[in-house]
Ligand binder design. Sequence first.
Ligand code: ATP
Length: 577
Amino acid sequence: SDLNSDRQALLDFASLVPHTRNLNWTYNTSICTSWLGITCNDNGTRVVSIHLPGFGLFGAIPFNTIGKLDALGVLSLRSNHLNGNLPPDIPSIPTLQSIYLQHNNFSGEIPNFLSSQLSVLDFSFNSFSGNIPTSLTNSPRLKRLNLSYNILIGPIPYSLRKFPISSFAGNSYLCGPPLPYCSTITLSPSPSPSTMDISYPPEVLGDQNSGSDTELKPVGIMSIAIGGSSILTLSIMVFFFCCLKKKDSKSSGSFPKGKAEHEEKNELVFLPGRSYTFHMDDLLQASAEVLGKGSYGTTYKVWLYEGTAVVVKRLGEVGAGKTEFEEQMESIGRLRQHPNVVPLRAYYFSKNEKLLVFDYAMGGSLSGNNGLGRTLLDWTSRLKIALGTAKGIAHIHSQGGRNFTHGNIKSTNVLLSPFQESCVSDFGLTPLSISLSTPRAPGYRAPEVIKTQKVTQKSDVYSYGVLLLEMLTGRDPLNSSGQGDGVDLPMWVRSVVREERTVQVFDAQLNGYQIVEQEMLKMLHVALSCIAEAPEVRPTMSEVVGMIEEFWKPEMHNKKPSSGNKNPSSGNKKPPS
Ligand SMILES: Nc1ncnc2c1ncn2[C@@H]1O[C@H](COP(=O)(O)OP(=O)(O)OP(=O)(O)O)[C@@H](O)[C@H]1O
């Protein structure tokens, strides 16, 4: 086989599959540089990927055409109107790594997959029926699997149990871990397909997701989390295709462009010194899941090729114009990298769309509202996170200049590595004067910010103090004292301390460890100084780092497991105040 046979196979494919969008595939043009949706290998000798999402393709796939592309690595025909059964040809292409057929009308059983290279398979939102083929369990490289919203039945094969619920959701008769056990008749754990229509904008899906799955809701620090994801996997590509335009010659003829958009240079802007090499096209072609909706907009985890995930934050309304926006991005980009700060990798600005691209933090957020399995964080982990977070904010303050603030410190913006190294994210966005869809983190806001709406480095210190209180008390600052009594967390803590009931402040889960109690008291002291009413009395963030390091350093702790030595008699003892 060679490029000529690839060309012929594709021309046959195009002639056999009706399509509503124009394919510019003609015999005389260069297949590797000008054919829409086609990518060749580096030396231009073979076709290695086909991406035709949302091209209005109809009918069955003529497998005798695509099956001839024996160097094909990626096949994406998602979000079309394709139907019929899948015969075994496609899966047996030896080089096939990723196959995206989600959001079509395929039916019948999923054929046996023979490609040992297979790493991504997305067949969600079709009408596949029958059992999950056992051959899938023999795909050693399979990293992502999405079979959700089909009509599959029976137990989930053992080796596929490692995939999250979202891989299987919406198949009423599938059962076994990670879904409920098969011995009982199970109902679909997520909304039925009829309530999940492709025409919903991603935000609606995101809301539905968080609203329908109570397990995924934020529940505060008492259930701080690490573990595996169970968020409903969604494709945001339809949305991206609607809203974003490609700029290269390959696509310019085919993607309808608005007048204003036409004049804009719609490409991702990478911040200097960062090492990613992806393009807008890669984001367009990747699939994604909604991580959540925050005050700035909706956040997605987007899977690039080779298993790399990035986080794309789609900003809602931005008050700042393009120049102002770019200047702020440059200020953010100028910050030196720091182990406790999530780097902004790239941004995208057009009239209708503003996107920020960050690294993906594997451990989820401190608040645990990202759908990961939850484990209680012990005191040592909380100390480590508190110190790391303080260092991250101190770095932002010292590098960004006097007026540079984080502006949105709260537990969902403290992200964790699998080893509970903490990283602060979402900083430096307040100057964009983004009109907020929801009020930004009310429980963390310094009193002067509530009055003036202006954030400062000292108001960051206040928010950090509230975050410390959250870690000490296990209570959610956004939900007052956690008692439903409408008292805000700093006020509640101050009143308990005043009444000399200090020990009652602390998270009951941590009680009973003597060394811990001493450290907790010291930390409480730091927190109280951060939440001083008058901004000028509060310490700076680098002072906060010093205050914590005075009594605790991670290296020190490695030798002395403070949370391991439980002293049962100390639990009810009144500590010195
Ligand atoms: N880089 C990242 N890696 C992993 N998870 C992330 C990342 N960025 C955000 N998240 C998670 O995605 C979810 C949504 O984030 P988002 O920032 O949109 O909302 P938020 O933090 O609740 O509010 P805000 O917009 O005010 O920051 C949160 O649970 C957050 O912890």
